[in-house]
Ligand binder design. Structure first.
Ligand code: SME
Length: 151
C-alpha cells in the first residue's frame, strides 16, 4: 500500500479541524501517516524544546531515542539546515543515529508554524533501502504546511 497524500491530507484536515495543540496535532498526523503506507516502519515527530535541542514527540513504531541535539543525526541536520533530508542509505550518512538496526533509509522534514518558527521535525524511517522520493517530500511538506502553518 502506497500513500495517497491528497486523500490522507483530507482525512487529517477533517480530524484536526479547529485543533491548535501541537502534540494533539502531531499525534493525529503520525497515526494517519504511519498506517497509510507499508514503507513507513517508524513515523514520528521530534520537538524543539530548547535552543539546538530536539526531544521525542508522538510516534508510531518501535521506541525512538529521546533526545537529539541539532548537531547530530539526520533529524539534527533537518533542524539545523531547515532543509528536507532524503537519505537513501542511512549507513552512508555521517552521524546517523540508529534507533532501530533494521532502518535502511529515511526522510526528515522541518516543521514550521505560520510565523516561520521551527516547531520540530517529522522523521519517517523505512526498513527498505531508498524508500523515499521527492514525491514523498512534496506530499508530506504540503500536509505539514496545512496542519502546522496556521499555528
Ligand atoms: N535516525 C534518526 C534518529 C531518530 S530514529 O531513527 C527514530 C537520526 O539519525 O536523526
Amino acid at each position: 500500500m502506497i500513500i495517497d497524500y491528497t486523500e490522507t491530507g483530507r482525512i487529517i484536515a477533517s480530524l484536526t479541524e479547529g485543533e491548535t495543540d501541537e502534540v494533539a496535532l502531531m499525534a493525529t498526523v503520525v497515526c494517519e501517516l504511519h498506517h497509510a503506507d507499508d514503507r513507513f516502519d517508524w513515523t514520528g515527530f521530534y520537538r524543539v524544546v530548547a535552543p539546538d535541542l530536539l526531544k521525542i514527540g508522538p510516534y508510531q513504531g518501535g521506541h525512538g531515542c529521546l533526545v537529539i541535539p541539532f548537531s547530530r543525526g539526520v533529524c539534527g541536520a533537518a533542524a539545523r539546515t531547515g532543509a528536507v533530508q532524503l537519505v537513501d542509505d542511512v549507513d552512508a550518512f555521517p552521524g546517523h543515529i540508529a534507533c532501530a538496526s533494521s532502518t535502511r533509509s529515511e526522510i526528515v522534514l522541518p516543521v514550521r508554524a505560520g510565523d516561520g518558527r521551527l516547531i520540530g521535525v517529522l522523521d519517517i524511517d523505512s526498513d527498505r533501502p531508498a524508500a523515499f522520493t521527492e514525491a514523498d517530500s512534496a506530499g508530506l511538506s504540503a500536509i505539514l504546511r496545512s496542519v502546522f502553518g496556521d499555528l
